[in-house]
Design a protein around this ligand. Structure first.
Ligand code: G3P
Ligand code: MG
Length: 393
């Protein structure tokens, strides 16, 4: 690819445009770096152009993911070009209201429940339970052997001295005060043990207000559809991203977190006689995620100018150097392209999606065009950056 340093004209405009880089399928595929990805990041950095990494990956702390990317791109350790700019699928939850974090108990599961627990605690959530904790407190919840050694093996006691109900009558209205009650369920990336997680999540979705081991007291109330399930104070369900597919180093696309959700939706439809599963999704293409990324990009103007030795007070008003365009470089039309197209920034900044051919999307005889249309389709991240810089004149 024909990467060149930007012209003077484009570097003068540095404060007016920015980049959001998707990771899998754009910067690397599995463990393999996409040729030239390291160079474009360095070039953007050295020209003072704002950027973030906006990935639907997660289940690891932001800094750990940043270090992995730094390593895979073979960027020198001393070059701090990634830390502080990593937005994972669940990162926007770190900015949630303290009241949400302080009140109630969260069940968290996903790729690495133990690690996810720690991330949630670091974000400020006060009470975090994993499937491992539930199984340790009541092994009868799951009748089968655990499929993966260790995944749900680690556990801590339930918070606030709570215990698992093992009621002879799950329909009882007499619920002890120390019974475990879950208020939110977070699925933070591709669950590895679908069977356990599905059972535990389903138990909670049919419970009386999140008390594990109970059944909604509206159960059987014919005036309510769906037996009152998911309308009777059960925990809210959040999924960190809806990616059905993602790009690894295997030639065929692999299932992602969205595949687990499709399975759960199917099961829910079966057990509820056709009801639709209610949930909220973060990650791309969700508006929450694009808004969060946009706000982060606006703030970086200050970081970078200070870094360049400018006086702090000169840059206290971001409005004086607004962002006009953000180039979202992605490989997945359903998340990267769709999200950028759907997002309307309050300040009028345009998000411009660029689709690369190194990832999930492939032109085939049956799919000549992606379902969600990018501004342009290019071969790889290098061509994407070149196209954007040319677009800036
Ligand atoms: O699990 C990661 C996958 O869903 C996509 O990651 O970087 O392409 O958004 P990314
Ligand atoms: Mg991707």
């Amino acid at each position: 690819s024909n990467l060149q340093e930007p012209s003077d004209a484009s570097s003068k405009l540095f404060s007016e445009f920015a980049f959001a880089f998707d990771i899998d399928g754009v910067l690397y595929q599995g463990r393999n770096r996409v040729e030239g990805a390291d160079k474009v990041i360095k070039m953007i950095r050295s020209n003072g152009i704002r950027y973030v990494f906006l990935t639907n990956g997660g289940g690891v702390p932001e800094n750990k993911k940043a270090d992995t990317l730094q390593e895979r791109l073979q960027l020198g350790k001393h070059e701090d070009v990634i830390r502080g700019r990593m937005i994972l699928s669940h990162t926007p939850m770190s900015a949630w209201d303290d009241s949400l974090k302080n009140d109630g108990t969260v069940l968290i599961t996903g790729s690495h429940p133990e690690q996810s627990r720690q991330i949630a605690l670091d974000y400020g959530f006060k009470r975090v339970v994993t499937p491992g904790d539930i199984l340790a407190a009541c092994r009868d919840v799951y009748p089968f052997e655990l499929t993966k050694d260790g995944l749900h093996g680690k556990h801590v006691p339930l918070p606030d001295g709570k215990r698992m109900l093992n009621l002879a009558d799950p329909y009882t209205t007499d619920i002890p005060h120390d019974a475990l009650k879950i208020d939110h369920i977070f699925i933070w990336n591709d669950p590895r043990d679908w069977s356990v997680d599905t059972q535990i999540i389903h138990d909670l979705l049919i419970s009386h207000k999140g008390y594990f081991g109970t059944v909604s007291q509206k159960n059987g109330d014919k005036s309510l559809p769906n037996n009152g399930w998911q309308q009777d104070g059960q925990p809210g369900l959040w999924i960190s991203n809806m990616d059905l597919l993602w790009k690894t180093n295997y030639p065929l696309n692999r299932f992602g977190t969205g595949a687990f959700m499709e399975a759960l939706k199917g099961l829910w439809s079966t057990t509820t006689d056709g009801m639709e599963l209610q949930f909220d999704a973060l990650g791309k293409p969700s508006n929450h995620t694009y808004k969060y990324a946009h706000d982060r990009l606006l703030k970086y103007y200050h970081d970078m100018t200070r870094h360049r030795g400018q006086a702090e007070n000169e840059y206290e008003t971001p409005k004086s150097h607004p962002l006009r365009r953000v180039y979202m470089i992605g490989d997945n039309p359903e998340s990267d392209i769709r999200g950028a197209n759907d997002f309307n920034a309050d300040d009028g900044t345009e998000w411009i999606p660029i689709l690369v051919r190194t990832g999930v999307w492939r032109q085939t005889a049956t799919e000549r065009e992606p379902r969600h249309k990018p501004a342009v389709i290019v071969d790889d991240v290098v061509d994407a950056v070149v196209w954007a810089l040319n677009n800036e004149g």
